[in-house]
Design a protein around this ligand. Structure first.
Ligand code: 13P
Ligand code: SF4
Length: 303
């Protein structure tokens, strides 16, 4: 804490001067999540907050596609990302040209993009989804067949829970694809009472071994509501640190898969970003306007 404290104080001070808010994803490290963030949450919650934020500047504690989503929804605000190299293997797996080619191959089939995509991809699709609303978004379209990009595992997760036929792209999250069913079975062998809570970006055989699967916010809610004695959060490692602080009665078993992109965001970089107003997220206005339609169509859907 003595090391973090000067940064925390300085960030909160500059934040006030700049009329800025910090939106932090659930995977941000505890000192960001607890000490400087104004809003914390999953991708959907952060997208909603970006749209209603009463501030001139948004600093995204998260990866580049999240900062782009904030800019898409708040075109008049300055959106900063403390390290623009904070990418995402899912977002990197598909381009706007790939989506246009899919549309040509499947004429008339609507395309749903996970928010883990670039603005360019969001601009080409019909609607966005997050891991917390993907089934609802797919079923809201009222058609027998839907294309889902870019996460093959989220697509399989949805396909197993709806009658709608899902055509999937082949992307994967480099953090969640590493978990295995064998690992899950070992957790249960070590302690048969352990509860396993997984993110839908995990492979289906991992989901099959879990007690619950949902977005990062849904996973947190599940732990807070069910108060298991011991739990494994099958997702990015920092989330357990963040939930642990609020559930001291729960013991967390820690497989530690870190997202290298999320971990690029640090207190010193947030301070640097606020002081120097860097790195600003800029999106071509035409692309942003088309991408906004897809994101707003998702946000407008009732939960
Ligand atoms: P959530 O929308 O569940 O927070 O997931 C975002 C993400 O990048 C998970 O890896
Ligand atoms: Fe992308 Fe996976 Fe990192 Fe989430 S955890 S930002 S999906 S690489």
């Amino acid at each position: 804490w003595p090391f973090f404290a000067p940064y925390v104080r300085a960030i909160n001070e500059v934040k006030r001067q700049r009329n800025a808010v910090i939106l932090a994803h659930n995977y941000q490290t505890p000192e960001i999540y607890n000490c400087v963030a104004d809003v914390v949450g999953d991708s959907l919650q952060l997208a909603r907050e970006a749209a209603r934020a009463d501030a001139e500047v948004i600093v995204q504690g998260g990866v580049h596609f999240m900062a782009e989503t904030s800019k898409i929804l708040s075109p008049d605000k300055t959106v900063l990302i403390p390290d623009s190299r904070a990418g995402c293997s899912l977002a990197a797996s598909i381009t706007g040209a790939d989506v246009r080619a899919l549309r040509a191959s499947y004429p008339g089939v609507p395309i749903v993009a996970y928010v883990n995509t670039s603005a360019e991809v969001k601009a080409e699709v019909d609607i966005c989804c997050t891991s917390s609303n993907a089934i609802h978004v797919v079923e809201s379209l009222g058609v027998p067949r839907v294309i889902m990009v870019p996460d093959q595992f989220l697509a399989k997760f949805v396909a197993a829970r709806t009658k709608v036929e899902i055509i999937a792209w082949h992307g994967a999250c480099e953090v969640h694809e590493r978990f295995t069913a064998e690992e899950m079975r070992r957790f249960r062998l070590d302690d048969p009472s352990v509860r396993i809570v997984a993110h839908p970006e995990c492979p289906p055989e991992v989901i099959a071994e879990s007690d619950f699967a949902g977005s990062t916010a849904a996973m947190i809610d599940w732990v807070k509501t069910n108060r298991p004695g011991r739990v494994v959060l099958v997702t990015e490692c920092s989330m357990a640190d963040n939930v642990m602080a609020e559930t001291p009665d729960v013991e967390f078993v820690r497989p530690c898969n870190l997202c290298p992109h999320m971990k690029r965001i640090t207190l010193p970089k947030i301070l640097h970003s606020l002081v120097n107003m860097t790195e600003e997220v800029v999106i071509d206005p035409d692309v942003a306007a088309r991408a906004r339609r897809s994101v707003e169509r998702m946000i407008a859907l009732k939960a």
